[in-house]
Design a protein around this ligand. Structure first.
Ligand SMILES: Cc1cc2nc3c(=O)[nH]c(=O)nc-3n(C[C@H](O)[C@H](O)[C@H](O)COP(=O)(O)OP(=O)(O)OC[C@H]3O[C@@H](n4cnc5c(N)ncnc54)[C@H](O)[C@@H]3O)c2cc1C
Length: 550
């Protein structure tokens, strides 16, 4: 059997490849930025490697608001070229990963004492429709106060004066990142998670020529050599830069943001809502049988490896919700999960979070380490193109456009919304003997896209070994993600492959024993590893519902 390239069972072969090849480009960091660069570089026919210290998307790329923004935010800053580019990029991301990116109606209420009125909102949204190239059927609509309250009866009638509704796009940030890394692996990139860059290697002329990496699964150290080394370590880019040389000039400022999750019945909004509260924007997004809310924004200087949601941040969001939806009177006890992350922004300590640039920037150290920082999920393809053009210029070549405009991410081979629903119907019918509801099949297709059938075949193989269908499905899903998605820990599975930790904590609790057993068998864990894995996962379950005191 040909070994699968993006599999936890193939780690020794990947390490061998990393150690014994010379790469054109080595990327440090498997968030959306690094995964996008690896994909772009490989699409240009280059020999590429990507190493990630923990799991793909374990940094900021699984802790975002999960929106593929069209650039409305940039309009507020009169950044017209960026609005244009972001609108175009949103379409491309949507076309290339239709199973993971979907349009949602977003209501923008006009609120007393906040900065918009119906006239300014109309002007803004009309300009946005034009600049961002919004499709005809997705252009905005304005509603009077009466109609707004009819559409969204939970709004505060004392402060809401009307609304605009426009189309925004939502995604699963972890999976978007993972599928970008997996697509890169399918294009022959040597990709490895749990491989940390610990040292920068230099030649006699003090030029960067590779890195030393540590494999956290078996504790081995190995070297990776490359002509161009790109630091895409998100909020950790300065840690990587410091390994090269002392930092001068601009550096990373970490702006923390949190999200909290409720059952949909507790916060039953009719559409997604993006509202202003004392000048700050808060999003309320329904997702299946949950609704999530975020975010906050505060400068963060604490432990970057274990970021907690604090009680005061939760209280702040609850206060915003109270003002917006007074009938609900939501309490902290109704929260079903939460997450926190830090935005990698570029600036100085004196900048306020709102003043820090959200743009990406590329810089090169005197020894040749290329760093990219900042940015957004939506712009990942363009960021990758800019890095590759930077590399081309560095080698006195003419900068060329990216080849990834039409590269579908793995699982995303759909041409229309109809293709998605036909696949769901087809699989639901074909595998009816597995007793899966159409909704269950839909959930899989919106997670794994055209790869879903590989999972369903696995579920079929497991059918006779389990009395309970939910346990059978989890065991098969764990095995699928180990073999095909480089899942190496229980947290990889529950947090980033499936997001059950964020949106279905009860399911995590019901299935954790089966998932752990399956991983133990798949990866040959000894008792000590098993114990550590269970402890780590239990910590994450508790953390999702425990809010620290400041
Ligand atoms: C609260 C919040 C809400 C947001 N909402 C949105 C949104 O709705 N839409 C949007 O477009 N953007 C949003 N963003 C921004 C977006 O999430 C980030 O811009 C993006 O995820 C950054 O990706 P990255 O790859 O640069 O960083 P990361 O995802 O953090 O990736 C960097 C990776 O580098 C790895 N790494 C670090 N050091 C090493 C090393 N030595 N060796 C190997 N690997 C290493 C880390 O483990 C990490 O996985 C939000 C951000 C936050 C915090």
């Amino acid at each position: 059997m040909i070994p699968l390239r993006f599999s936890s069972l193939n780690r020794p072969e990947t390490i061998d490849e990393l150690e014994h090849s010379h790469f054109d480009v080595l990327v440090i960091g498997g968030g959306i930025t690094g995964s996008g660069i690896a994909l772009d570089a490989s699409s240009r026919g280059l020999k590429v490697a990507l190493i990630e210290r923990k799991d793909f998307a374990s940094g900021t790329s699984s802790r975002s608001g999960k929106l593929i923004h069209g650039g409305l935010k940039y309009l507020q800053k009169f950044d017209f070229p960026v609005v244009k580019e972001t609108g175009r990029e949103r379409d491309i991301v949507y076309n290339n990963a239709r199973h993971l990116v979907y349009p949602i109606d977003m209501t923008f209420p006009i609120i007393t004492k906040e900065s918009y009125n119906l006239a300014t909102l109309k002007a803004g949204l009309s300009l946005y429709d034009r600049l961002a190239g919004v499709k005809k059927d997705e252009r905005h609509t304005l509603y009077s106060k009466r109609k707004t309250l009819k559409r969204e009866p939970l709004f505060n009638p004392k402060t809401v004066k009307g609304s605009g509704v426009y189309v925004e796009y939502c995604t699963d940030d972890s999976r978007l990142t993972l599928e970008a890394a997996k697509t890169a692996a399918e294009k022959c990139v040597s990709v490895l998670n749990y491989a940390e860059m610990t040292e920068i290697l230099k030649d006699g002329g003090n030029r960067v020529k590779g890195v030393v990496a540590r494999d956290h699964v078996n504790g081995r150290t190995f070297t990776v050599r490359a002509t161009n080394v790109v630091n895409a370590a998100g909020p950790w880019v300065d840690d990587v830069r410091k390994k090269d040389r002392p930092i001068t000039g601009r550096y990373m400022v970490h702006a923390k943001g949190i999200h909290i999750v409720f059952d949909y019945q507790s916060l039953p909004v009719a559409t997604s809502i993006y509202f202003q509260h004392n000048g700050r924007m808060i999003a309320v997004i329904p997702k299946g049988d949950k609704t999530y809310v975020g975010s906050t924004e505060t400068i963060y200087k604490e432990n970057m490896d274990d970021i907690h949601v604090s009680q005061s941040e939760v209280e702040y969001l609850l206060g915003c919700l109270d003002d917006m939806f007074p009938p609900l009177d939501l309490s902290i006890n109704e929260i079903t999960s939460s997450w926190a992350g830090v935005r990698p922004l570029i600036g100085t300590d004196d900048d306020k979070p709102s003043e820090l640039s959200r743009h990406d920037e590329i810089f090169e150290s005197d020894s040749g380490l290329i760093t990219i920082a900042g940015g957004k999920l939506t712009g990942y393809r363009k960021m990758a193109e800019r890095v590759m053009q930077f590399i081309e210029k560095r080698h006195n070549q003419k900068p060329t456009a990216s080849n990834t405009v039409h590269v579908k991410l793995t699982g995303g081979n759909f041409n229309s919304k109809n293709d998605l629903s036909s696949l769901i119907d087809q699989l639901h019918e074909h595998y009816s003997y597995l007793r899966l509801t159409r909704n269950a099949v839909k959930e899989y297709v919106l997670r794994y896209g055209t790869n879903t059938e590989i999972l369903l075949k696995k579920i079929a193989n497991y059918d006779e070994h389990f009395d309970d269908d939910e346990q059978r499905n989890i065991a098969a899903e764990v095995r699928y993600t180990v073999e095909h998605e480089m899942t190496a820990t229980i947290a990889d599975f529950y947090d980033r492959r499936t997001s059950y930790l964020l949106f279905n904590l009860d399911k995590v609790k019901r299935t954790i024993n089966t998932a752990t057993d399956e991983m133990k068998n798949a990866l040959g864990w000894d008792q000590e590893t098993l114990k550590k894995q269970i402890t780590d996962m239990q910590y994450l379950i508790e953390k999702a519902l425990t809010f620290t005191k400041d």
